[in-house]
Ligand binder design. Structure first.
Ligand SMILES: [Zn+2]
Ligand SMILES: [Zn+2]
Length: 252
């Protein structure tokens, strides 16, 4: 629904008492002055990270008022992608919303998180800076895939859900089959440093017919160690993709 219309309906609902408007993040009654319906507290706590980050890997430094700048790691060893785009740090309340979204099969917070992912793309395009050039429009948007077993159990891939919102905003086709997970892997957070290196090796395969010669935008919900994104980006490039950019909701 267009923002103006939904705002009008909400303010009508509030004045007449027909519609109790609640913040989609915390559930308290919220004023009708924002398109996303957030209460002032959640709007502040869920605001995007505007500066003080590395556009290559999302590492955050210093104050948010600092210009984005490439970190030492990305200067020494550039990641396999061009731009790394994200909404904000993986802290509460964003963290709690993402966990609820993921484990309740997208029944909670879907509209809110989808709009955050789409806005992250838009911000990157519209607010470039010296070290954070705008990403180029992708030829396809690829979600990080879940393994079949996990997908059956959970019935829902959060990355696909977010990727579809980003694809719509970027005006590019969503390509859920661009990447395949060949085998189930243990969560990286449960492994030691050396196990992490081998755990994901060869876990993904990209479809050369779909990605060859294309510019891909890879989408996931959270980036913790970055190893999953790295393996996915490498697979896309090995299958002939021309370039890869990355977008996640939250950077740990
Ligand atoms: Zn709230
Ligand atoms: Zn970096």
């Amino acid at each position: 629904m267009p923002g103006a219309l939904s705002r009008l309906l909400r303010s009508f609902g509030r004045r007449t008492g027909i519609l109790q408007v609640r913040c989609p993040a915390c559930g308290v009654p919220a004023p009708a002055d924002r398109a996303d319906g957030l209460c002032p507290g959640c709007a502040a706590a869920l605001a995007p990270r505007e500066g003080g980050f590395c556009p290559g890997c999302g590492a955050m430094f210093g104050l948010e008022s600092y210009e984005p700048a490439l970190c030492g790691d990305c200067r020494a060893a550039p990641p396999p992608w061009g731009r790394f785009i994200f909404h904000a740090r993986y802290d509460d309340p964003l963290r709690g919303l993402i966990i609820a979204f993921k484990y309740n099969a997208g029944l909670e917070h879907s509209a809110l998180l989808r709009s955050m992912a789409a806005s992250a793309w838009e911000r990157a395009v519209n607010q470039p800076s010296e070290f954070a050039p705008p990403p180029r429009r992708p030829d396809l948007v690829a979600p990080v895939p879940l393994h079949g077993k996990r997908l059956l159990w959970r019935g829902f891939n959060q990355s696909l859900e977010l990727a579809s919102a980003v694809a719509a905003r970027a005006g590019a086709p969503l390509e859920p089959a661009a990447l395949q997970r060949l085998r189930d892997t243990r969560p990286q957070s449960t492994l030691s440093g050396s196990e992490r290196l081998t755990n994901l090796h060869g876990a993904f395969e990209a479809d050369a017919a779909l990605v060859g010669g294309k510019r891909a935008l890879l989408v996931d919900d959270v980036c913790t160690t970055g190893s999953t994104l790295r393996e996915c980006a490498k697979s896309l490039l090995e299958a002939g993709a021309k370039a890869v950019d990355v977008l996640v909701l939250a950077r740990a």
